[in-house]
Write a protein that binds this ligand. Structure first.
Ligand SMILES: Cc1cc2nc3c(=O)[nH]c(=O)nc-3n(C[C@H](O)[C@H](O)[C@H](O)COP(=O)(O)OP(=O)(O)OC[C@H]3O[C@@H](n4cnc5c(N)ncnc54)[C@H](O)[C@@H]3O)c2cc1C
Length: 424
């Protein structure tokens, strides 16, 4: 079986690796010059079964309407994006009922846990360097109501086998002493020991190298210009260099799966939702050796963002969501919001004075907050996209499951909840 995977971010590279391990001849095509040059480049770095709630929680419409024009809003709707959201947006709102939200949430947890298993299997077979740290994450809360709500969610997540430990302020500050300087602001926290951290870009580069050694062909800096189709069958991909043919094709182009899908005659229901990150050097040279640095990834529920220690003396600060179409401009106010979060959580870290790398990426978001995995209504086209804010958390499980589907094998888990056909 010859398969072409379109996209070499987290979704594409994992699919390619698993396809090859099942015996396929695989080619990966990407318009970028290297793996993970789009949304998988500098994301929040967290693998979090604990944080898998879709964004369209009940009440999301009010949140979005109130956000218009407020650069400080964590979930921001830009009016210029409205035309592109019309049909998609109605489905997004329709999926915000309590029952739809909870069912999507649980499906996401299930896929996240399966993905952890897949990644651990992978790491048993290959030694990959990607600043991996399986120490868990901490959710912190600045007011009692938010803490109560966080505790309710943590108890609810137990049904899906996600364990946690609640901590009042004293226990929290003892567990993560780097929070002491901001301790007055916090009322408590919840540690999710099963969560993990790792650098997604390094992971993609390392897995690409492994896949290449096993025979996967990577074609970078090559863009798809057109798609040859005969009825419902895909016959080839036209690039500036040549026309490439295969028995099956996997579209894993992140947010661009939507425009690219049109060339395949497919409406892919993903829309770009922009997010920002900062990478802050915190090695001895940058901040001095007397500054207390965080050990755990911390998610601030009130500010809707996270600060994550990565290897090599770096912190990644990530968060905020913006409906702004395919705009990839770095808005200074949005970056300043993240710097502000860092200052509120860790006032001892002088982010203002250090050189900070700002970045933004487009999350591929589906209307129901659950990814699109598997066959489409084209005979030989499969999707692995639509992971939104969970593309790292769900990468290995999605890649393995889609590879099994392409190879006509039974999937390890029931994947029907992720079938693209649910939107037909
Ligand atoms: C600020 C931020 C923080 C995040 N934090 C987390 C986190 O902590 N945990 C988590 O689980 N997830 C997180 N995410 C989400 C996660 O990063 C994404 O879901 C994931 O990167 C999507 O991967 P992908 O492979 O689908 O898309 P991408 O990484 O965007 O890859 C798509 C690939 O397709 C290629 N492509 C596009 N168009 C074409 C074309 N026409 N021809 C050829 N190739 C093409 C692109 O070049 C790209 O390489 C975050 C996202 C953002 C923005």
């Amino acid at each position: 079986m010859r398969v072409i995977v379109i996209g070499c971010g987290l979704a594409g590279v994992t699919t390619a690796y698993y396809l090859r391990s099942l015996g396929a001849e695989v080619t990966v095509l990407d318009r970028a010059a290297a793996p993970a040059r789009e949304t998988s480049y500098a994301n929040g770095s967290m693998l979090t079964p604990s944080l898998t709630d879709p964004w369209n929680a009940p009440g999301v419409l009010g949140v979005l309407l109130r956000s218009v024009g407020r650069e400080g809003a964590s979930l921001l709707l830009r009016p210029s994006a409205l035309p592109s959201l019309l049909g998609w947006g109605l489905r997004f709102l329709a999926s915000s009922s309590r029952s739809a939200f909870e069912s999507a949430y649980l499906n996401n947890v299930r896929l996240a846990l399966y993905s952890q298993t897949a990644m651990r299997d992978l790491l048993q077979t290959h030694s990959l360097e990607f600043e991996y740290a399986p120490d868990g994450t901490i959710k912190v809360f600045a007011d009692q109501d938010a803490f109560e709500q966080g505790r309710r969610i943590a108890h609810w997540l137990k049904q899906a086998q996600v364990g946690h430990r609640e901590m009042d302020r004293d226990a929290l500050l003892a567990f993560e002493p780097a929070l002491v300087p901001a301790g007055e602001r916090l009322v408590g926290g919840i540690h999710y020991p099963g969560d993990e951290v790792g650098n997604a870009r390094l992971f993609c580069e390392a897995l690409k190298a492994v896949a290449e050694e096993t025979g996967v062909v990577f074609r970078f800096s090559e863009q798809i210009l057109d798609v040859n189709r005969r009825g419902r069958r895909i016959e080839g991909l036209v690039t500036p260099r040549e026309t490439l043919t295969a028995d099956a094709y996997v579209l894993a182009a992140g947010a661009y799966s939507w425009p690219l899908g049109k060339l395949f005659g497919l409406r892919v229901p993903v829309r770009p939702v922009k997010g920002y990150s900062l990478t802050v050097p915190v090695g001895d040279d940058a901040v001095g050796d007397d500054v207390l640095l965080p050990r755990y990834a911390v998610v601030d529920e009130t500010l809707h963002a996270a600060v994550v220690p990565l290897g090599n003396g770096k912190l990644r600060v990530a968060g905020t969501a913006e409906f702004a179409g395919f705009d990839l401009n770095l808005t200074p106010k949005r970056l300043a919001n993240l710097k502000g979060l860092l200052g509120q959580l860790y006032p001892q870290i002088p982010a203002e004075e250090t050189t900070v790398d700002g970045w933004c990426g487009l999350r591929p978001v589906t209307p129901d907050g659950v990814p699109l995995l598997g066959p489409t209504n084209r005979d030989n086209l499969y999707l692995n996209t639509g992971h939104g804010a969970l593309g790292w958390t769900q990468a290995c499980g999605s890649g393995r499951a889609v590879a099994q589907m392409v190879m006509d094998q039974a999937t390890d888990e029931d994947m029907s909840a992720f079938a693209p056909a649910r939107f037909r």
